[in-house]
Design a protein around this ligand. Structure first.
Ligand SMILES: *Cc1c(COP(=O)(O)O)cnc(C)c1O
Length: 383
């Protein structure tokens, strides 16, 4: 054959019995079949064999099964990011005419999808007070098909009474999905608390180094699994095997990172509590955090992200000066990586509460705690 044709020969030439401890990165769209009769395009590759790279490769399915084990779920879907995971949950459980409930404290882009894309599809997503507990019963309608929980909530950190919400939802046959990113799928056992769907932005703690974007959606019942699989397939939520490989590596160091982050973050939060310019610290493990009692009852640990509120007498400009005076803390969104981050949320509002540009969110990284506290101290002295 011509050398040009020979270059395209896919037959392996090297030995294939290499046994590494690392999961190989399998790249591929096309999967080849032994015969025409074996051709399939089934998304459920775990059961029916590989059919197409879009539905997973050995690398992404390895990550999926490890996340499933971590969260003690039956099945996990790996998707391109946390926001894609949120979309997958909505589309699996809501259709035109559906009603869904989402806490005021939910991740901002979740609420944006609610009033954007979903409203356009005649899916009515209603915000609710994250601390409503069993009072959720009054908001459930005939057409309610999904209740979101996010605990603690984004930025304002309210810890929810998830079991109370689950009880009322299940009484009416409504599925409950949890954004479990804060707990890394570890510190809050979603399925033991009755949750139907647990999703995570793997971008945060599983990746752990701010260098990838991935999400996961985990379920325990076959009905949710198949509803979700259909949507997963139709939306084409493919992921890169290289990112999955990084997430698999992140999983190996998750315990040591979480351990260090928990200790350091708590020390910084406690130090902040003692500062004159600070009115409140919203860290789930501290009594000043709304819903702290639920954290104590339901969680086995805390992680690296929390917020604090400057006192009334500190102006909005001073808050910005504070942020910009930090040097170890970078100004940035997202969290769960190795670097400490600080950002002010000038517009965050919750019903009945206006933080007036005085709410700052911190992500604590792996820097030495004393250095972080010294950095904060210097910034306080500037205001
Ligand atoms: C970051 C985040 C997401 C979205 O994850 P991406 O991977 O950035 O799309 C969803 N939920 C929570 C709570 C998050 O913090």
């Amino acid at each position: 054959m011509d050398w040009r044709t020979r270059l395209l020969d896919a037959t392996p030439q090297s030995r294939r019995d290499y046994r590494s401890l690392a999961t190989p990165v399998f790249r591929g769209s096309t999967v080849v079949f032994d015969s025409q009769s074996k051709v399939s395009d089934d998304w459920e590759q775990d059961k029916s064999g590989y059919s197409y790279g879009l539905y997973g490769t050995p690398t992404s399915l390895e990550l999926a099964s490890r996340i499933a084990k971590l969260e003690q779920a039956e099945h996990t879907f790996i998707v391109p990011g946390g926001q894609a995971a949120i979309a997958l949950v909505y589309f699996a459980f809501c259709k035109a005419g559906s009603h869904a409930l989402v806490p005021h404290s939910a991740y901002g882009p979740n609420k944006e999808m609610a009033v954007g894309l979903l409203r356009g599809l005649n899916i009515d997503v209603e915000p609710y007070d994250p601390l409503i507990g069993s009072g959720i019963a009054d908001l459930i309608r005939e057409n309610t098909s999904l209740i979101w929980c996010e605990s603690p909530g984004s930025v304002t950190m309210e810890v929810q009474d998830v079991p109370a919400i689950v009880t009322e939802a299940h009484r009416r046959g409504v599925k409950v999905a949890l954004d479990n990113t804060y707990s890394a799928g570890v510190f809050f056992d979603a399925f033991a608390h009755g949750i139907d769907v647990s999703m995570q932005a793997l971008t945060k703690y599983i990746g752990g180094h701010s260098d990838l974007l991935l999400g996961s959606v985990s379920v325990n019942d076959e009905e949710s699994y198949s509803a979700m699989g259909d949507v997963y397939r139709q939306l084409g939520l493919a992921v890169s095997p290289d990112d999955c490989s990084l997430a698999l590596r992140g999983l190996q160091t998750l315990p040591v990172r979480l351990d260090q982050l928990e200790r350091s973050t708590l020390a910084v939060a406690q130090w902040l509590q003692a500062q004159e310019a600070v009115e409140s610290v919203y860290h789930p493990a501290l009594p000043s955090c709304p819903g702290h009692e639920f954290w104590k009852r339901d969680f086995s640990g805390s992680t690296s992200v929390f917020s604090f509120l400057f006192s009334e007498n500190i102006s909005q400009e001073s808050v910005v000066t504070f942020i910009e005076s930090l040097s170890l803390f970078h100004i940035g969104l997202s969290w769960g990586g190795i670097n400490s981050l600080a950002v002010v949320y000038p517009d965050v509002e919750r019903p009945g509460k206006d933080y007036k540009g005085r709410l700052v969110r911190l992500n604590i990284g792996l820097e030495t705690t004393e250095d972080l506290i010294n950095d904060l101290q210097r910034a306080f002295s500037r205001i």
